[in-house]
Every structure is written in C-alpha cells, then in structure tokens.
Design a protein around this ligand. Structure first.
Ligand code: ADP
Length: 295
C-alpha cells in the first residue's frame, strides 16, 4: 500500500473533521476521495502531508509512519495544493528550479528535471514568462508539474481542477492520465463526480468525515444504484406522488430540482411510469449516500 489509514480521527474543537477513517491506496493506482464540501477531504490531505496531526489512528505513507517519519515520506511525495502558491514574481523556469533545490535534486540532474517539467506542462515556449502573466490553465499545469520535478512515487492532488473552466479541466485530466499511465500512485480529492469517474480506479465517498462507500466507480454504481434509472419530470405534487409510489414498491429514489430519479428500475416488477430511462451513474450513488445535490 502506498497509503494506509486506520481509524484516523481529527477534531477541531467540537467538530470532528475526520471520523475513524480507513483508506487504502495500492501502489500504481489512482484513488479519488469524493465528497461534498465539509466532508473532510482537505483535512485528510493535510494529515497526509503532516500539516495536521491526527488525534487518533494510524497513518502510513510509502511505509513510513506519520507524523514520526513524515520527513522521509515527504521526500518521495509530490503535493499539489488546492490553492495556487506559485511565486508570481519568478518565471516558469525559476519556479521549477526552486523546487529542484527544495527536493535536493543533484546539480547534474536539475536541468533535465526542469526540461521534463516544461515538456509535461507544455510550457517550453513560456519558460521565461513570469507566472503572473500566465493563463489560469497554464498556472495550474505548472503547479502540477512543479510537484513532479523529483519524480515522486506518490502524488497528492487536492481538488486539482476546482474553479476551472471545462476546457482547462480536460487538459489537466490528460496530464493526470499521463501520470497514471507511467505508474505513479495518485490520491486525488475532488467534489466533481465526473472527475472521479473519469480518472480514479477506485473511489472513496466521504461524508461527515467517514467513508460511506469505496470501490471502482462501476461497482459502486451497480451495488448502490442498480443498472437503470427512471427519470420522471413534473410539478412538485406529481413528484411527491411518484416518490410515494416508488417507495411503496420498495424502490429507492432521489430528488433533483425538477425530477424524481427512481433507481434500479430494471429489477422492478410491474412498476411502470412515464419517464426517461437512463443508465445509473456515480452521481446517483453520491446523492444517495451523502444526501447532497451536485452544484
Ligand atoms: P472538505 O475538504 O471535504 O470540504 P474539510 O476537510 O475542509 O472538508 O472540512 C471538514 C470539516 O472540518 C468542516 O466542518 C470544516 O469546517 C472543519 N474544519 C476544517 N479545517 C478546520 C480548521 N482549521 N478549524 C476548524 N474547523 C475546520
């Protein structure tokens, strides 16, 4: 296991941000921590980077115990923070150079590490541009590759595409995909269902600090939401009727603004209503298990 957490608890006063969390990240896989705002994803990430210390539980990262051996773990770890903390007074290349020093890359290997970073980030022709002159997408790509200069075995990505437009998000997904293909182990937090579904081998859904489900996206879908969903649209009174009927027939439902989704209709005997059938997806599972709507 690249990451192994058992019974991890982190409290802030009366708030339990992480509540007896177990998490396994096997080497060479990409695991997505998925949860609504306040679920405890960032706190979990901070525990892994030893920016916070757990109140209870065991944490192991690449075989090192946290927080005691966090220094050793840090050297093999790449961390992409949620907030862009690039040095805006420096150029693209200088930002990478600073990190080659920070990660103690030998002088003879620094040039190659920087060139590799520029290539991965597709920023070779921007090497001399100051960071404050880059677009949001370019900055994000630099932020990710800066965490990779020392070829870490494990990369932690905290909400890597939060607040970015869809096109930039696609570019970053391609970048993360390339990392996966190289065999880098990745733990990524996100509140975008599509991101987890697209990139993660396994997903851990968090709610109120705990894991409510874990598995491959397709397994989670068939386990919790079945194969097919019937989407019924109508005014609120009609939606309430549909919910009552579906529940009377022993079926699970979830509400969106304008429709009721009836889950697992493929298994229903004699339950027929006018609506649209569609395949179940991870969003159905997410809403069912966390009670949260997607923004
Ligand atoms: P997420 O990243 O999933 O949105 P967080 O880990 O940021 O969730 O937060 C989990 C809970 O812990 C929230 O209720 C949040 O308000 C609380 N929390 C996080 N950090 C702190 C802190 N430094 N002090 C007090 N409460 C915090």
């Amino acid at each position: 296991m690249a990451i192994r957490l058992r019974g991890v608890v982190k409290r802030y006063g009366s708030i339990t941000a992480v509540d007896h969390l177990d998490l396994d990240v096997p080497e060479g896989t990409c695991v997505g921590l998925l949860g609504p705002n306040g679920a405890g994803k960032s706190t979990t990430m901070r525990l892994l980077t030893a920016q916070s210390i757990a109140d209870e539980g065991e944490l192991e990262l690449l075989g090192f115990k946290l927080p005691e051996e966090s220094k050793q773990a840090r050297a093999l770890l790449g961390v992409v923070p949620q907030l862009d903390n690039l040095d805006t007074t420096l150029t693209v290349e200088q930002n990478l150079l600073v990190f080659t020093h920070l990660y103690r890359i030998p002088r003879s290997e620094r040039r190659a590490a920087i060139e590799r970073g520029l290539e991965t980030a597709k920023l070779r022709d921007r090497r001399d541009t100051r960071v404050d002159k880059l677009s949001g997408g370019m900055r994000r790509r630099l932020l990710i590759t800066r965490a990779l200069v020392h070829r870490p075995r494990l990369v932690l990505l905290d909400e890597p595409t939060v607040g970015l437009d869809p096109q930039v998000r696609q570019e970053l997904w391609a970048l993360i995909d390339a990392l996966r293909t190289e065999g880098t182990t990745i733990l990524m937090s996100t509140h975008y269902i599509e991101e987890a579904e697209r990139l993660a081998d396994t997903v851990l859904i968090m709610s109120h600090g705990s894991a409510v489900a874990a598995g491959a996206p397709s397994e989670l879908v068939s386990e919790h939401a079945g194969d097919e969903v019937l989407e019924v649209y109508g005014p609120p009174a009609r939606l309430a009727e549909v919910e009552a009927e579906a529940r009377a027939a022993g079926m699970r439902t979830r509400r969106t603004g304008t429709s009721v989704s009836v889950l697992g209709v493929e298994a229903a005997n004699g339950f027929e209503l006018d609506g649209e059938r569609r395949p179940a997806n991870l969003e159905d599972v997410f809403v069912l298990l966390t009670g949260e709507e997607i923004a």
